[in-house]
Unconditional design. Structure first.
Length: 200
């Protein structure tokens, strides 16, 4: 069965007051994410060895294999954006108790977590993602990945939150100011309830 673009879990105009305008969401979800899904389906049609695999299986199978670079880029980006949409909320920024405790325990403070996340987003040269990850050791950590890669591919752990730092994610709202986009995400858009639900 072909992969499909997941519907946004809110109206396309829902995040405008929190710093992500309708045009950003229309282009980012309806054009960019759709293009990754369409390209991935094209690869699956041509490659019998990909057929019947889940998205997670295609991401891990294609990671690090030069012959499957196109497959990995598009499967990774489909995986990343599928996590990204529920990472956002019109009423984001509030951190529920269990996650807050864990952030303080593993980073020292919520501000220390945010500082690490901001640094990861700012220093991801070119396109990529910043992540809050639950590592295999049971501790939270901040990571970053280039282009379409992600913590599933790298084996760094369970992604709780991911921030798209490709220019298409923020240019209409923040122009070249990626640090402002990142701070706005952490303080106003991030759906920490969703992140907490992925702690297990
Ligand atoms: Mn994107």
């Amino acid at each position: 069965m072909a992969f499909e673009l997941p519907a946004l879990p809110y109206a396309v105009s829902a995040l405008a007051d929190a710093g992500m305008c309708q045009e950003t969401l229309e282009l980012h979800h309806g054009k960019h994410h759709q293009a990754y899904v369409t390209a991935l389906n094209g690869f699956v049609e041509k490659h019998a060895e990909l057929q019947g695999k889940t998205l997670d299986e295609i991401v891990t199978f294609s990671h690090g294999k030069p012959d499957y670079a196109g497959v990995f880029n598009n499967a990774g980006q489909h995986w990343n954006h599928t996590l990204f949409w529920p990472n956002l909320s019109a009423k984001g920024g509030g951190i529920p108790g269990r996650l807050e405790k864990k952030l303080i325990s593993d980073f020292g403070s919520v501000d220390a977590f945010k500082d690490q996340f901001k640094a990861a987003a700012a220093t991801q040269f070119g396109s990529g993602w910043a992540w809050l990850v639950l590592g295999p050791d049971g501790k939270l950590k901040v990571t970053k990945t280039p282009n379409g890669s992600n913590p599933l591919a790298t084996g760094e752990g369970q992604a709780l939150l991911g921030l798209d730092v490709w220019e298409h994610a923020y240019y209409l709202d923040f122009r070249n100011r990626r640090p402002d986009y990142t701070a706005n995400f952490l303080n106003r858009l991030a759906n920490y309830e969703f992140a907490e639900s992925r702690l297990g």
